[in-house]
Design a protein. Structure first.
Length: 123
């Protein structure tokens, strides 16, 4: 195995109609979760959720486009200059703006070994 892996996002396997790019599996990352979420213009299908069941905190970074994230009912604008960290217990939901949004989402449980979610594996 090489000391690094580089791959274009648009060449990575995706599920959910192309909305969930399996970046972790494509790059061979084993220490933390990392995915790319794509939402079209004015989309609301990103599910509201929390990670109280697995203790995972998440970091959201915009790769392109814009939108907003609601965390426990509080709305925060998202664009390429904003990073958002969300605690495991907080409910979160992402909404895309007029041009859609592409987000890099990194997650892991503090103090825990990373456990791969089966849905993030390659088909």
């Amino acid at each position: 195995m090489s000391d690094y892996t580089a791959k274009r996002i648009d060449e990575m396997q995706a599920s959910s109609g192309g909305g969930f790019v399996k970046a972790r599996a494509e790059l061979g990352v084993t220490a933390f979760g990392v995915q790319v979420i794509r939402l079209g213009p004015e989309e609301t299908r990103y599910p509201e959720h929390d990670h109280s069941h697995d203790g995972q905190e998440e970091l959201y970074a915009v790769l392109s486009g814009d939108g907003r994230i609601e965390i426990d009912g509080e709305s925060t604008p998202l664009d390429s200059r904003v990073l958002v960290r969300v605690a495991p217990e907080a409910r979160r939901k992402v909404y895309s703006g007029a041009n859609g949004i592409e987000l890099l989402v990194v997650g892991g449980a503090p103090g825990e070994a990373y456990a791969v979610s089966p849905f993030s594996e390659l088909d």
